[in-house]
Design a protein around this ligand. Structure first.
Ligand SMILES: C[S@@+](CC[C@H](N)C(=O)[O-])C[C@H]1O[C@@H](n2cnc3c(N)ncnc32)[C@H](O)[C@@H]1O
Length: 265
């Protein structure tokens, strides 16, 4: 009975993610859905900026803190291991929904592209970004990332086994293609407002920092294999010269507090 409940819970959390993701595409693109980044200007700009920053800090804190090993050790005393990832997914969806629900529009236009060709190209890029995210997650570990593999293994009375290091397709060229997909999805728009720019800018900076922290975990988890991968493959920009990239990454690493152990982001 418990295994069936976990299975249903895991699948429900996964489906909730897919729904939240689809809504978010409409939210960011100002398309189809009732509430979007640019749908309803409200109140003074200073207040809107403060609320939006607070929402994004909440989003970043939930995503980062809950992925750390120390947090998971305490957390799994309350939440059973097989549904730990699904619960992470559930809370990530809830935080994302709050962000979208409470988002304050700042509709001052930063750029507005008029050329139909360029508009078409930017919408194509937007679609590529949103398609790249599920595609890359399928390449690497989609069902593990969203917790359904964990409940499925539990359902079959099998122990959880972590997935091995891999370099499928895009991972041969950059170490964080998923974050590149998100960045494209956030930035590719023919009409950029101040609110949209704030959203894209803050979340892009967050992903840059999250990738650095995630890599410490990945080195701790995969060991030399990931260290060697880091030496060989650039972080975000394909063909980026390793020397420049290494210097940049080292300075970010130096600015962050030391982390002794590894986990999944
Ligand atoms: C949220 S995903 C983000 C992956 C990466 N930052 C990206 O942008 O593509 C994090 C998960 O990917 C896994 N992961 C990242 N790179 C990997 C690799 N080369 N091989 C296997 N797993 C990897 C980590 O273990 C973690 O569970």
């Amino acid at each position: 009975m418990k295994r069936a409940v976990y299975m249903v819970y895991g699948v429900a959390c996964h489906l909730l993610f897919l729904g939240t993701f689809a809504y978010m595409a409409g939210f960011v693109g100002d398309l189809w859905v009732p509430k979007t980044l640019d749908s309803a200007p409200a109140g003074p700009v200073g207040v809107a900026v403060a609320i939006n920053l607070l929402l994004m800090v909440l989003f970043a804190a939930q995503h980062s803190i809950m992925a750390r090993p120390a947090f998971k050790r305490v957390w799994t005393r309350l939440v059973p291991e097989p549904i730990e990832r699904s619960t992470y997914v559930l809370l990530s969806c809830l935080v994302t929904m709050v962000l979208m629900w409470q988002w304050r529009t700042i509709d001052t236009v930063v750029w507005d592209v008029h050329s139909p060709w360029l508009r078409g190209a930017l919408w194509t890029l937007f679609a590529i970004g949103w398609l790249l995210i599920p595609a890359v997650s399928l390449l690497i570990n989609h069902f593990d990332l969203f917790g359904t593999r964990q409940v499925w293994l539990h359902w079959k009375r099998q122990n959880y086994t972590s997935l091995p290091f891999r370099e499928p397709l895009a991972y041969k060229h950059v170490r964080h293609p998923l974050y590149i997909g998100w960045a494209i999805a956030f930035w590719a728009t023919p009409t950029m407002t101040v609110g949209h720019l704030l959203f894209a800018g803050v979340l892009t900076i967050y992903m840059g920092l999250a990738a650095v922290v995630e890599e410490r975990d990945l080195v701790a988890h995969f060991g030399r294999q990931y260290e060697e991968y880091r030496r060989r493959v650039p972080m975000f920009v394909p063909l980026w010269k390793r020397r420049t990239a290494n210097a940049l990454e080292s300075s970010v690493h130096a600015a962050l507090p030391a982390s002794p152990e590894g986990s999944r982001a």
